[in-house]
Design a protein. Structure first.
Length: 255
């Protein structure tokens, strides 16, 4: 994230103040070393692909952020405030998962980061879902709701690899993703309640794309082309997102 972008966001007057949680990766991992990992070497090797998927997806948030900012989509000051808070959290998520990945696999953090820096996002397929601010917020609301559910289910797996800090990290990530979902919904209510009737179709479009996607292309969003997600979960989360957005939008219109 550039200093110029941060300065621009900080200078804006916006009625929307995204919620953010406060926690420290450094404090969470204080005193932990390779000897803190309790799983057997074979278990660590088996866990590596799953750990990499989560780490790489969190890293890819910066690729999505750059893609959004490189295109003039008429984004509001409110949305840029949302995006800045979201990006800051995703950087913290990357740092936490990077430390955990390094501890479990034994690969030096600098080496892991070097591999991450080689990643390139291919946004051609998902670009129709990023047409404007409304579509972006619908997409992010759904995606963060999916992440919240996914991280909740992943807590026991991460906890099985080492100290309690590993499970706590996943709880922090889960709770942050829930806040991102809440922020996306609140901004939709604040700025786009006039489009309440479009919400079911917009979410359905995202869900159908998610179900059909055969391979994740380092786009951060819709990173669900794995064995850990299925169509039933996508549809269930999609219905929940539609209900939450429309309920809040209609209440705002009636107020």
């Amino acid at each position: 994230m550039s200093a110029l972008f941060l300065a621009a966001v900080q200078s804006m007057t916006t009625p929307f103040v995204p919620m953010q949680r406060s926690w420290s990766v450094a404090a969470l991992f204080e005193g932990l070393g390779r000897d803190s990992v309790t799983c057997a070497p074979a278990e660590a090797r088996a866990a590596e692909p799953r750990l990499w998927i989560d780490l790489a997806a969190e890293w890819d948030a910066r690729l999505l952020e750059a893609f959004i900012l490189e295109r003039d989509r008429g984004l509001s000051a409110d949305f840029l405030a949302f995006l800045e808070a979201w990006a800051r959290d995703e950087e913290r998520h990357t740092e936490g998962l990077l430390r955990l990945y390094s501890l479990v696999t034994g690969e030096d953090q600098a080496s892991v980061r070097g591999r991450l820096m080689e990643r390139r996002g291919d946004f051609r397929a998902v670009e129709p879902l990023l047409e404007d601010e409304f579509q972006l917020l619908v997409l992010l609301a759904y995606d963060e709701a999916m992440s919240t559910a996914g991280y909740r289910e992943d807590i026991p797996f991460y906890q099985s690899l080492g100290p309690s800090a590993f499970g706590r990290l996943l709880r922090e990530l889960k709770n942050d993703e829930a806040v991102h979902y809440r922020n996306a919904v609140e901004l939709l209510v604040l700025a786009h309640s006039d489009r309440v009737e479009e919400v079911p179709r917009a979410v359905e479009r995202v869900v159908r794309f998610d179900e059909a996607q055969a391979e994740y292309q380092a786009t951060f969003v819709l990173d669900h082309a794995t064995d850990h997600f299925d169509a039933a979960t996508m549809e269930r989360v999609g219905r929940s997102v539609v209900r939450a957005i429309q309920r809040r939008m209609r209440a705002a219109l009636e107020a």
